[in-house]
Design a protein around this ligand. Structure first.
Ligand SMILES: [Zn+2]
Length: 402
């Protein structure tokens, strides 16, 4: 029901939106969906299938299908020191990335298959953080290996031998490594304990053109879009209401069982958290529909649907057009720009402000029959003189598309 309501709301605004499966995070719950508008200015990445399966997930949750092209790589090294020093490049087919935990106690070395074209930030951090001991990973540390070395130097100068430090090698699911016993690696002349974690996760960042993960979606490929998140729905179910004993008495059964023999029952409340970013919607619509002349508000968001522009001395004519648009049911929300300015500059302002439809009373008013210029810039350009008698129906038709 909530998803239907959100869909109807965003449809009504006529902005291009999409939903993505999302993680419920610490809130818990079983269902979570984000509502996005694609925009180059967006900071969220949403992956959608270009086939017909309807797959759409945010970066946190997205996974890629197995296209059978990747090969398992057996590491040709037997010691962990070698894992720290092998060449990370296309030739070796292997890539090594360094991270640190926020307590600076652990150096994380992630080893993945090398994928050309993914020179920087090629690790799927959302997947990486799913590994239990990596929840304290600090992905913001630049040059984590250097930072870890500096940490060692500082400890050394204090006489500490780095007993609490650890180097953990995390291997992508495509990497095989046979020697997995705990060892030590030498960094800055200090022996640091080291372990290898063979992950079952796909740690390489998902990219455009990767296979869709939906079963039976054979040819679907993932497309990544930068998006602005406009809304989020979490269905919490009874996770909190059961614990808090928040129940409701349902005079239920009478409806389904005509005999009304069943007494009302106490059931836990179904809970959800739902939010819409009102100011983001305004900013997104401004961004998505703008053109070289100015803004272009969707009908439902525009303060006025139509602006009427005329010569200063043509107040009566402006009033006549206003009344023509207001008459009978389905009146149109109009405003007359009666400022002391030239019609030309009022036109420019109207286009800049982004009224959905502009009606200008000018030379064609002197025609027989009287006409007005009607202008609308999207979805397709409309710029025609329209007889006053058919003005309202023409404007309503245009507004229907906005
Ligand atoms: Zn698909």
């Amino acid at each position: 029901m909530v998803r239907q309501a959100y869909a109807a709301f965003f449809d009504d605004l006529r902005i291009p939106w999409l939903t993505a499966d999302a993680s419920s995070g610490a809130m818990g719950g079983t269902l979570s969906h984000e509502y996005h508008v694609p925009s180059k200015k967006g900071e969220d990445r949403v992956f959608t299938c270009d086939g017909s399966c309807g797959y759409s997930a945010n970066e946190e949750l997205a996974v890629r299908g197995d296209d059978g092209l990747g090969n398992t790589i057996s590491l040709p090294y037997t010691s962990m020191s070698e894992l720290l020093s092998f060449p990370s490049c296309q030739d070796s087919g292997l890539r090594r990335d360094f991270y640190m935990t926020s307590d600076k106690q652990k150096l994380i070395v992630v080893i993945t298959p090398f994928r050309s074209g993914q020179e920087s930030s090629s690790i799927n951090l959302h997947q990486l953080k799913r590994i239990p001991q990596l929840d304290k990973l600090d992905a913001g540390v630049e040059n984590a290996l250097d930072s870890f070395r500096n940490q060692l130097l500082m400890l050394q100068s204090n006489g500490n031998m780095g007993q609490n430090l650890n180097v953990t090698f995390i291997l992508d699911k495509m990497i095989r490594y046979d020697s997995s016993e705990s060892e030590f690696v030498s960094i800055n002349g200090m022996q640091i304990s080291a372990t290898v974690e063979k992950s079952t996760l796909d740690l390489v960042r998902i990219d455009n053109g990767d296979k869709c993960p939906t079963e039976h979606c054979e040819y679907g490929r993932l497309q990544v879009q930068d998006c602005i998140e406009l809304g989020h729905t979490f269905f919490l179910g009874t996770r909190y209401s059961s614990t808090l004993d928040a129940t409701v008495s349902l005079p239920n059964a009478g409806l389904r069982q005509p005999s009304s023999q069943v007494e009302a029952s106490e059931v836990p409340l179904q809970m959800g958290c739902h939010g819409i970013g009102i100011s983001r919607i305004v900013a997104s619509a401004a961004d998505v529909f703008k053109d070289e002349k100015g803004l272009n508000w969707p009908r439902k968001m525009a303060p006025f649907e139509v602006v009427i522009i005329a010569e200063r001395s043509w107040k009566e004519q402006a009033r006549e057009v206003y009344d023509a648009l207001q008459q009978s049911e389905s009146s149109i929300d109009c405003v007359i720009d009666d400022r002391d300015a030239s019609p030309g500059s009022k036109m420019k302002d109207a286009e800049l402000i982004g009224y959905p439809v502009i009606v200008r009373i000018g030379q064609s008013w002197l025609d027989t029959p009287k006409k007005c210029l009607v202008r609308c810039r999207r979805p397709t350009t409309f710029d025609e003189d329209v007889p006053v008698a058919s003005l309202k129906s023409t404007v309503l038709q245009l507004l229907e598309t906005l």
